[in-house]
Design a protein around this ligand. Structure first.
Ligand SMILES: NCc1[nH]cc(CCC(=O)O)c1CC(=O)O
Length: 357
């Protein structure tokens, strides 16, 4: 692994300077908190966000909710991350944290008050200075196919070229194609959602695979020809969920943001991310995971499914576990850890070193 979970995130010189400027005198977190805490004079809360359309859309959604919750104005502060400026493939630069480190630096420095991340882009470890104050209700976690002429997996012609930069999607789509005697070619691409859909509208590729939640947030879900079943492709751990993060020292703010938290989403994504962490995989590893509820007669239980595969789809380790809905983050983490142990025993580790460009 080039950048395992828990490693120091990549620092970027491209981080936009905070609005308070680099030349302000140093002050500690408490001093900053008392200056801008929620008890202060109604000064706007600063929400740091990447400038991509998807990031702006999800930050805008949460900003509206926080305005309602606190009665305070919320202003968006644009921050550029390494993932935004690098032209390298995400698999190669080790996706862990490349979209979030500059936002986290700004939180720690006190240049912004809170940040909204796609949970699937967030490293599985949270720095001591920060806290995930809320994980709001998750949207549809599935992957979606955007294909020319409304084609679906079942109707794509032999040799169809499907774009995705995600080793997880490659592994599962290629495995599905192999087991169904279908001939597809996965083509590595990257770029923002509009760029990736552009490969289809321009005729360069027959289809691309994207997260349904991301398409929905930028208003383009209607262009998907198919939502991909979780029996074909398990989403990335945390896909479709957001994380609202602030400095751990801002306890009052964290308590207010916590009203946006959805306990079931938190339990589900905590189990998924714990699986990822225990596999010692980063967010660009070929790992899929999804926790959902299954009703079995009287009782409702939590099912956690996990998959690790080689990107060519020749080998796949798929396992699942079902049990009581976790009552705490610790219980949720234990569910993920236990499934990881079982998957490692089936050879999952050997499938994770792979990198594609
Ligand atoms: N890696 C980029 C990224 N991060 C979050 C989403 C989608 C939104 C989400 O999962 O919450 C996407 C785009 C995609 O995978 O198509």
């Amino acid at each position: 692994m080039s950048n395992p979970a828990g490693a120091e995130p990549v620092r970027t010189p491209a981080a936009a300077p905070g609005p308070t400027g680099a030349d302000r005198p140093p002050e500690d977190a408490d001093a900053r908190a008392s200056r801008r805490g929620p008890a202060a004079d109604g000064a706007p809360l600063r929400l740091g966000t990447r400038r991509s359309k998807l990031a702006m859309a999800q930050s805008g959604m949460v900003a509206d909710q926080v305005r309602q919750l606190t009665g305070r104005p919320v202003e968006l502060v644009e921050i550029t991350t390494y993932g935004d400026v690098s032209k390298e493939s995400l698999a190669r630069i080790g996706g862990t944290g490349v979209f979030v480190s500059a936002l986290r630096d700004a939180l720690v420095a006190g240049d912004i008050d809170f940040a909204v991340h796609s949970l699937k882009d967030l490293p599985t470890t949270v720095p001591d200075e920060l806290v995930i104050a809320a994980i709001p209700v998750r949207e549809d976690p599935r992957d979606a196919l955007v294909a020319r002429d409304g084609l679906t997996f079942a109707t794509l012609p032999p040799g169809a070229r499907i774009g995705t930069g995600s080793p997880r999607r490659m592994a599962q789509l290629n495995a599905w194609a192999r087991s169904h005697g279908r001939d597809i070619e996965t083509v590595p691409i990257r770029g923002n959602v509009d760029t990736r859909i552009g490969y289809v509208t321009s005729g360069t590729l027959d289809a691309v695979v994207l997260a349904a939640a991301g398409l929905n947030r930028i208003g383009r879900l209607a262009e998907a020809s198919e939502l991909i079943g979780t029996d074909v492709s398990l989403p990335a751990p945390g896909q479709g969920a957001l994380a609202v993060e602030c400095a751990a020292s801002r306890q009052e703010l964290a308590a207010q943001l916590a009203e946006l938290d959805d306990p079931f989403t938190r339990a589900a994504v905590t189990a998924e991310r714990s699986l990822l962490a225990a596999l010692e995989a980063g967010c660009s590893a070929p790992v899929g995971a999804l926790a959902d509820l299954v009703a079995d007669g009287q009782s409702t239980e939590l099912r956690l499914r996990g998959v690790v595969g080689s990107t060519d789809g020749t080998s796949l380790v798929q396992m699942s576990t079902t049990g009581p809905v976790p009552a705490s983050d610790d219980e949720a983490r234990a569910v993920g850890r236990e499934l990881a142990v079982a998957m490692l025993a089936k050879g999952a580790a050997g499938l994770m070193g792979e990198r594609t460009s």
